[in-house]
Design a protein around this ligand. Sequence first.
Ligand code: PMP
Length: 438
Amino acid sequence: MYPDFKSRSHSLYYRALASLPGGNTRTTVFMKPYPIYAERGGGCRVWDVDGNEFIDCINNFTSLIHGHAHPALIEAATRQLSLGSAFGLPTESEIDLAELLASRLPSVDQVRFANSGTEAVMMALKAARAFTGRPKIAKCEGAYHGSYDYAEVSLDPTPELWGRNAPVSVAYAKGTPDNVLADVLTIPFNDTEAAVRLIREHGPELACVLVDPMPNRAGLAPADQTYLEGLRQITREVGALLIFDEVITFRLGYRGAQGLWGIDPDLTTLGKIIGGGFPVGAIAGRREYMAVFDPSSGKPALPHGGTFSANPVTMRAGLAAMELLDEAAFARLDVIGKAVRTGIDEAFRRSGVPGGTVGLGSLLKIHFADRPIRDYRSAYTTEQEAQRQAIFNRGLLNRGVLAAGYGLMALSTPMTDLDIDTIVAAASEALAEISILA
Ligand code: PMP
């Protein structure tokens, strides 16, 4: 049972406290009173250093769509390792993966690889500035896009900082320069009228509008069709680029979220699943915008390097992961996702605890709110909701199911019907526990 202060995880955490700040090297995996240390993974399961077994619904924060240690991915990566892991030269592998991505996304002619989603978003914003010659970017309140200063503005404003219809730009990290805030227009998610009005007002200065079609940190509510259409139209009108951050949502379908919504952005950022379990990011889009990176006629408008960008181990594993993700694999992921969402929603109704799931495809988020979740503000948890969330996550953990903090679950292709039943049963029992406490 967690917590167990005699566990190996606890002793590792204790040891980590000396050499890592707060024992931690990644805020997202921090857990009180101590994190569980992983030993190994296989398929949809993970074993910790104390020998406990879990069904993994975190999947390294959505990046492992085939679970752990898939034989085809191990083969692709190890074959490349034996040939060399990285070179100061390009390799054929980057062409192969770029061609695959361009073949799936109608909005994409060309691709530029990086090492993380953070880097992909940073380079996409810089590409939009370089292309338009304009300084400002617009992004949605509460949406996470990695750690670039501009991209993390207004990630978690507290209610006393909420403007009325016009969200204000608020620093996420201490020390954020004021001029960063001045160059970011924060728009509300899923409020077409307000967003369009703000974008029109700031239009001549805007390089781009950055939007995640189903932003995890802002509640994982899917964007309204009319919202994305509104952004598509107004960005064209004011001459700003529309950037879809598909670092997570590319796992929603064969052509990503843009295929589901039927909207072509100007630039797309990718990451997570396209690296086959290895660090990756990518900026993708039409040739005319991607030309800012082109060094063939002298110094490009936007020089971009990266010692490990497009390293062939990532490229080969990523290609293997993406080749496994054919239309049939996505259809199966949709079935798995729907079964888990429906099962958990029914468990909520039986338990009488307010709440339920949101999400699409292989992604879902569990909310303890008695109201529709549409954006950052409606997803903002009360103290009681946050408490229930914590008890629920602990309940899942002690029944052998791992979910990310904030209730996010990312499912994977190796999950069987039996695994789905186990996940739903664990959720039902955890909810029953909450209903007794309530
Ligand atoms: N964009 C989105 C939508 C993300 O969810 C994330 C990470 N969860 C990032 C960008 C940053 O990606 P990375 O962690 O690879 O830097």
